[in-house]
Design a protein around this ligand. Sequence first.
Ligand code: ATP
Ligand code: MG
Length: 357
Amino acid sequence: MVIEELQLHNWRNAGAVAVDFPPGLTLVTGQNAQGKTNLLEAVFFLATGRSHRTSHAEELVGFAHKAAHLRGVIRRDSGTFVLSAAIADGRVNRQRDGKAFRRGQDPLGDFSAILFAPEDLLVLKGAPAERRRILDLDLGQAAPSYRSLHANYAKVLRQRNALLRNYEHPAREMLAAWDMAWAKAAVALTQLRARLVKETAPHLGRRSAEISGGPPAALVYEPSLSGDTVPEALEQLAARQEDELRRRTSLVGPHRDDLRVEIDGRDLRLFGSQGEQRTALVAFKLAAVEVLSQRPGGAPVLLLDDVLSELDQGRRRNLLVAAMVAQTIVTTTEPQLAGMQPDRTIAVRGGEYERTW
Ligand code: ATP
Ligand code: MG
């Protein structure tokens, strides 16, 4: 799939601008704080309805404006369609060809993107929430039901936590009324995550071995739930109930999941060198591209935000080889260091995008 055209209106520091992309490689250059990341974020937002930098949609709207709009022309084998997103009052309204649209509702009209940003390089050793974020944002795009299962779990969890928080002694019957809904939502999300990680792991293993010339890295899902049935989830919940009442929050479930990458049985969260973490992250992003490539829409758009200068020759080459099968948009402050032959170059200055080549 390819994004051919993107229009931004009051998106972050962009006023009203339009950008065209070729199917191959686009290089976006500019000094710091001009709008390079904002452009990639906009493409990613069209694909996922989410930003990789914030969960507060109102931050995406230009200062002093009330609403932001994005409009992208997407081409797939099955045809061309227009995806748009409007953000106002912190709410997001997405449309495809003018009709309300939710990701996955009709996978034939989906658009997907994998974004790799410098912050991601810290994810492996960071907090579990960071690893859940890449699981949700990257692998979540590979399953039509992911978004709704995730949102449903988040809703049930919020309600359950409110109950635990607001009552000095929450009536156990009231809590129990939520347990079944919680268990169903928790099990569904856990099962889906397990399936997606299982599908991704072999690609990650192969890619990491290619890059490092060493043993393949293993990607392992660490679900908070130990079983994968509703009765097992309820049993686990019951075992933690006293703790939960004391600490007034939910202590088991997918909001506590984690991901682990291992090399030769070594957990990179604890023992990963910088190089190993970089390799694993590049391999993870490439693996996500491969998983999405097997979906009906074909290869996702690959968005590389300022990462090439952070990587050595070998890792950079691997990313760029993968980039040959996907439409790729790369940002950099130092075009001479990116070491590539783009099909187009766009120069960014103060939220204005100018095609220079
Ligand atoms: P760097 O090379 O440092 O990563 P960049 O070109 O990627 O820079 P962006 O992250 O795209 O920079 O941000 C460009 C500018 O947009 C920044 O100065 C930022 O403060 C500004 N900006 C961010 N959000 C908004 C907003 N909601 N309204 C207006 N401007 C914003
Ligand atoms: Mg940036």
